[in-house]
Structure formats: structure tokens, C-alpha cells
Design a binder for this molecule. Structure first.
Ligand code: TRP
Length: 375
């Protein structure tokens, strides 16, 4: 049987994603139970993103743990290219990064490449991306990162610190390599061709600053892997460790099986924004969340629903931490005891509670934003 086509690059995600195929295609490794055990030895418990294989693949995570066990701590690196407001899908890798920061007590370098979406999108000015950098950063701070252990790298502001290092990377990457990795054509603007060098820099910049090799672990959504696949070949050649990484799946959009891919900020009805109010969240979920339920209540009671395609259930796997609760919801929906409307209500309450807290913290973040900047 021929599998359906899907596309995953840093700038395009579409089709029904086959994550097992992606593991092979990108050359990352699946996270197995043995590795989970090893992580658990250090963290005591496992984050539900690990228990549920939402973070499902990695590069060199065993090496990071080898070094950590020898007393050689790593630092974390992740980022967000500002292009608009954050939706809840953006928070997924950052929530996990926060957990890693707490459990391993390590630094985080967070990049805001404010040139990236300027270069890749038609209608976005540098003034726009500057505004969104601040807006997006508030959500990162709201998740609770420690200012003493977290640094924001804003490309156009911290260019002086980064440019020399980017040049060393760029000199060792050819146009044909980026063409193959990102699907570029000759029509691509030259800024976009250079960009991957800027995204490589934070993975070794702390080593440059502290003048010693420090291991780096990058938590990120799987679409970013092509950047690091390229830079991992180059970074040892300029004298630093290959960065390790850990990859997550995408939070699907509300439309689920209808649209596929990932939550997209450009499709407003299928994304929930971090600043959406209770009524908006309720309306969007009730109206747009793809349902695995039956057409009538009678049929649903008789046949039961399909949680595996139901977006409300899928989202609860990201946002309901309690395994027991989640399992009950799964069984009740499948047996027909729980109706679609009831399932949606569970999700709505969960998300609204989370967002209410998040929005409060987001306001407070404005007061401490400066503490995260590099002076
Ligand atoms: N390219 C990412 C985006 O489109 C932003 C980013 C920069 C990033 N550095 C990163 C993401 C490191 C993950 C890890 O949002």
C-alpha cells in the first residue's frame, strides 16, 4: 500500500505525518524504554511528554547523560522565530525545556531569530518581528524560566556577539547542502540561504564565551532537525562539541484529520492563541475541534467514539498530566459512555484554567523582561 505524502521542513509542514518514517528520513533515533529509564534515574519522575512519546526522538542524548554523569553539565538551547502571536502549540517544547532546566539545574539559551521570518515571509517587516519578539518572549518568561539561568539571544540585537561565529559556520556549508536539506531553489533570497548559520551559533556560543567546550542539548519540534543535521557536521570542525537534540511531535490543529500537519498561526480558526479569552476558546473548540464521535447520540452510545482521531482527546494527551484521568477519558469515549460534547467540555475547562494562569504570569513577565537580555 502506498503511504500518503507528507512534507516536514522548517518552513512547511503538511500532510498526515508518519513519525516512524520521519525518524528514518531524518536519521534521528527513537527514544526507547532503556533511555527513558536512564533519564528517570536523574529526574525521579518522567514528564508526561516523555511517558506519552510526545518527545519521541533524539540525537546523542546518551552522550549528554554520559557527560552529565561525569559532572560535565550541559546547557539547553531552543528558540522561536517571531512571526505573530504564540499559539498553544508553540508552548509544547518550551514547557518541556522548563522541566529539563529544573530537573538538571542547567542554563537555557533562548534564541529569537528576528530576521528569520522577515527573510522567509512576504509581508513581515523587521519592525513587526521586533514587536513580536517582545510579545513572544513574555510567553517564554511566563512558563517560569529562571532569569539567573536563562539568556535571550535576539539576532538583530546581539549580532555583534554572533556574527563572527556565524561566519565560521557559513564558510563550511555550501549552497547545494542547504538546497538539499531545505528544498531551496535558485530563486531563494541569499539572506535565507545564510540563515541556518545563525541558528547554529547558540549551540556553541556559551563555549566561546566561557572559553571551554560545553555540551549542548536542543529540545525542539521535529521540523527544526534539518538545521541541526547540517550544523552538527560543521561545529566539531570549528572546535566545539556536536550539539545533542531531543525532538517532539506537533500539536495538531483543531481541524485534525481534515487539515492535518500542525497547528498553524495563519489559520486562525484552527489555532488557540495564548491570549484567547474563555469565550473564544469555548467557541473555537465547540465549533472546530474535529470529533471522533458518531453522528447521533444513539449511535455513539452503541458504537462508541474514536479517541485516536478526536482532537479534543489528542489535545488532552498534551495538557492532561494525570495518566489515570486520561485513561478513563479514553475508555469512556471509546465505549460510548462519554459524548463528544462532554469530552469537549473537559478540554475547554482544562485549557481555560491553564490559559487564565498563563495570562496572569504573562502580565507579570513584562516587569522582568529586561533581566533575560544580554547586556
Ligand atoms: N527556527 C525556529 C522557528 O522557526 C526558531 C529557532 C531558533 C529554534 N533556534 C532554535 C527552534 C533552536 C528550536 C531550537 O521558530
Amino acid at each position: 500500500m502506498e503511504g500518503k505524502k507528507f512534507v516536514v521542513t522548517p518552513w512547511e509542514v503538511k500532510g498526515k505525518i508518519d513519525y516512524d518514517k520521519l525518524i528514518k528520513k531524518f536519521g534521528v533515533e527513537a527514544i526507547d524504554d532503556k533511555l527513558l529509564k536512564r533519564i528517570q534515574n536523574h529526574t525521579g519522575e518522567l514528564h508526561h511528554f516523555l511517558r506519552r512519546k510526545i518527545f519521541f526522538a533524539h540525537r546523542d542524548l546518551n552522550w549528554i547523560l554520559d557527560e552529565y554523569e561525569k559532572g560535565n553539565k550541559f546547557f539547553l538551547y531552543t528558540g522561536r522565530a517571531p512571526s505573530g502571536k504564540n499559539h498553544i502549540g508553540h508552548l509544547v517544547p518550551w514547557m518541556f525545556t522548563k522541566w529539563l532546566q529544573d530537573k538538571f539545574d542547567v542554563e537555557l539559551w533562548f534564541q529569537f531569530p528576528d530576521e528569520e521570518k522577515f527573510l522567509f515571509k512576504e509581508n513581515l517587516s523587521l519592525e513587526d518581528t521586533e514587536r513580536y519578539t517582545y510579545d513572544n518572549a513574555l510567553d517564554v518568561i511566563a512558563l517560569g524560566f529562571k532569569p539567573e539561568k536563562t539568556k535571550f539571544l535576539i539576532d538583530t540585537k546581539n549580532a555583534g556577539l554572533m556574527y563572527k561565529e556565524a561566519l565560521k559556520v557559513a564558510k563550511r556549508i555550501t549552497f547545494s547542502t542547504v538546497k538539499a536539506a531545505f528544498g531551496f531553489t535558485n530563486e531563494q533570497n541569499i539572506g535565507a540561504i545564510f540563515y541556518t548559520a545563525m541558528q547554529a551559533v547558540p549551540s556553541f556560543l556559551p563555549s566561546v564565551i566561557k572559553n571551554k567546550k560545553i555540551p549542548c542539548l536542543i529540545p525542539h519540534a521535529i521540523d527544526q532537525d534539518p538545521h541541526f543535521r547540517i550544523s552538527r557536521d560543521v561545529i566539531p570542525k570549528i572546535g566545539f562539541y556536536k550539539p545533542a537534540s531531543i525532538q517532539c511531535r506537533f500539536l495538531p490543529g483543531l481541524g485534525g484529520m481534515l487539515e492535518e500537519g500542525k497547528m498553524s498561526a495563519s489559520e486562525k480558526q484552527t489555532a488557540i492563541y495564548v491570549t484567547d479569552d474563555e469565550t473564544t476558546v469555548t467557541k473555537k473548540i465547540n465549533k472546530y475541534a474535529f470529533s471522533g464521535g458518531q453522528a447521533t447520540v444513539e449511535e455513539h452510545r452503541k458504537i462508541g467514539g474514536n479517541p485516536d482521531v478526536d482532537i479534543s482527546y489528542q489535545w488532552l494527551t498534551f495538557f492532561e498530566e494525570d495518566d489515570r484521568k486520561l485513561e478513563n477519558i479514553y475508555n469512556d469515549y471509546k465505549s460510548g459512555k462519554l459524548l463528544t460534547g462532554e469530552l469537549k467540555t473537559i478540554l475547554i475547562e482544562k485549557l481555560n484554567k491553564f490559559l487564565k494562569e498563563h495570562q496572569k504570569k504573562r502580565e507579570k513577565a513584562k516587569k522582568v523582561y529586561d533581566k533575560f537580555l544580554i547586556k
